[in-house]
Design a protein around this ligand. Sequence first.
Ligand SMILES: Cc1cc2nc3c(=O)[nH]c(=O)nc-3n(C[C@H](O)[C@H](O)[C@H](O)COP(=O)(O)OP(=O)(O)OC[C@H]3O[C@@H](n4cnc5c(N)ncnc54)[C@H](O)[C@@H]3O)c2cc1C
Length: 285
Amino acid sequence: MIPGRFDYHQPDSLTAALTLLNDLGDDARVIAGGHSLIPMMKLRLAMPEHLVDLKAISDLKHITVKDGSISIGAMTTQAELIGSAELALSAPIVKETALQIADPQIRYQGTIGGNVANGDPGNDMPALMQCLDAEFQLSGLDGQRTVKAREFYEAAYFTARDDLEILTEIVFPVCTGGYAYEKQKRKIGDYATAAAAVLLTRGADGSCSHASIALTNLADTPIYCEDASKALMNSGIDDASIAAAVKSCLEIIDPVDDNRGPAAFKKHAAGIVLKRAIDNAWSRA
Ligand SMILES: Cc1cc2nc3c(=O)[nH]c(=O)nc-3n(C[C@H](O)[C@H](O)[C@H](O)COP(=O)(O)OP(=O)(O)OC[C@H]3O[C@@H](n4cnc5c(N)ncnc54)[C@H](O)[C@@H]3O)c2cc1C
């Protein structure tokens, strides 16, 4: 399929991009790597008359680790996340997750900003960002604001981002504990049937002093599982606490029947990937 006709703009500064968005209004869409937007345009599910490409804005591409905090520019590609030695040391779960996205060709173009801004429940980065308790920096012509990843997603393809705002940066704390991103998919390169991001910290007494769990593609938004995380805290991550965490997650997910299987199968898969992720994260904690 061929997309509808559109005009292409390549501003070289954030202000120029925001000004274009404001001037062009509803007819304009931001494009980053294009690997979610262009397929939608080919299917004519999106028909923007103007594309505002962020590629020439160099300020939007960086990975900075400083004072216990990691900030990543929105235009950083998934391949750059995988290749960053600094990130592999300070937040290895990012590389583990990015390696499970699509295939190398898509990861060379697809950006972290496009992945989280898109609002597709099948994307892997949104749940990871909720698990990491990341904050998204949004810029508009009137200024900047910060929205937590755990509060960003409203429904499939609906987020807290205003149409005239650009996501510029993602910020989260350095990860010191055990981690795992486990994904069940039909084949290499596919979106998740079910996936789980887990961070666990082992305290001085050997029990779990911090836990964070979030799930991908098991509802119309990523799901941060606060009660399941609490079920693991202060436990020795034994069978009973894992079962309580899994039960708690299964109660709040809401998968639908589709070509990845019936909802009952997805719930089953969710329980399995979550248990695997908890076991894996604890063994690394
Ligand atoms: C065959 C295939 C398989 C895939 N499999 C997976 C998978 O398994 N897991 C996964 O997570 N993803 C998968 N993807 C999606 C891929 O990771 C995309 O690259 C990613 O979701 C979107 O990033 P992008 O930079 O390409 O964004 P684009 O496609 O350019 O943009 C996506 C949306 O976000 C908006 N946007 C982009 N950047 C910004 C910004 N900075 N500020 C505001 N709005 C912005 C755009 O306007 C658009 O609405 C797959 C894609 C394909 C084609």
